[in-house]
Design a protein around this ligand. Structure first.
Ligand SMILES: C[S@@+](CC[C@H](N)C(=O)[O-])C[C@H]1O[C@@H](n2cnc3c(N)ncnc32)[C@H](O)[C@@H]1O
Length: 194
């Protein structure tokens, strides 16, 4: 009796290929393809702006952040306020990428993220020869100043671009992000990071 019920159940079960797929939902984790790695292996970059001078500076940095897929932008200081006009962010990137004001860049360092000071200063490492961290927080000084020693000492690396004289802030951000992009998968862990 038991065996015949089983035979009926088997006969009535449609083959896997005929089954109606469960409804698609962005919240249904079962829809990640089998074999999707659950380990943390994603590379990203963030930007930290030390006391930026003007909304124009920040707008241009946001534009660069959008072009190169930066995860988020942090800034300190009171000179620039979140409500400021983003005249130079014509792509309105500030709606897509979080722009967060904080009192101290040291407080927002994400786990496993390497702080990198970008400054034209003696002892810094030249950007063309630099291997970027898998996850980096690049910190830049203001248009009318530089990163002080305290923040440079806190950063794991200090890099510079070998220019004759310094660039403006947004130009520097673009160069650093372009260098990271151009080096492709050659961050510290190599291709095993996505
Ligand atoms: C316009 S610069 C600051 C002004 C500069 N300290 C001066 O002496 O006039 C703004 C920021 O851009 C970055 N920067 C500009 N040129 C750079 C370079 N060649 N290498 C590294 N960082 C640079 C630094 O983060 C700097 O604090």
């Amino acid at each position: 009796m038991g065996a015949s019920l089983l035979a009926i159940a088997i006969a009535q079960t449609p083959p896997i290929s005929n089954r109606t797929p469960p409804p698609q939902s962005p919240y249904n984790r079962a829809f990640f393809p089998k074999g999707t790695p659950l380990v943390a292996d994603k590379r990203y970059s963030c930007i930290g702006l030390y006391n930026p001078k003007s909304p124009e500076n920040v707008g241009s940095v946001m534009r660069a952040a959008g072009c190169y897929g930066v995860a988020s932008v942090f800034y300190t200081g009171k000179r620039y306020e979140r409500a400021a006009d983003f005249v130079t962010d014509t792509k309105r990137v500030h709606y897509d990428i979080p722009l967060i004001g904080i009192d101290d860049l040291k407080k927002i360092l994400p786990l496993n993220c390497v702080p990198v000071a970008v400054e034209l200063v003696e002892g810094a490492r030249p950007l063309p020869e630099y291997t970027h961290p898998d996850r980096a927080l690049y910190i830049f000084g203001p248009e009318d100043g530089s990163l002080d020693k305290e923040i440079r000492d806190w950063c794991e690396d200090v890099v510079y671009i070998p220019t004759t004289g310094c660039m403006n802030l947004a130009a520097t951000v673009n160069v650093v992000l372009y260098d990271r992009m151009a080096k492709g998968l050659n961050t510290r862990s190599g291709p095993k990071f996505r």
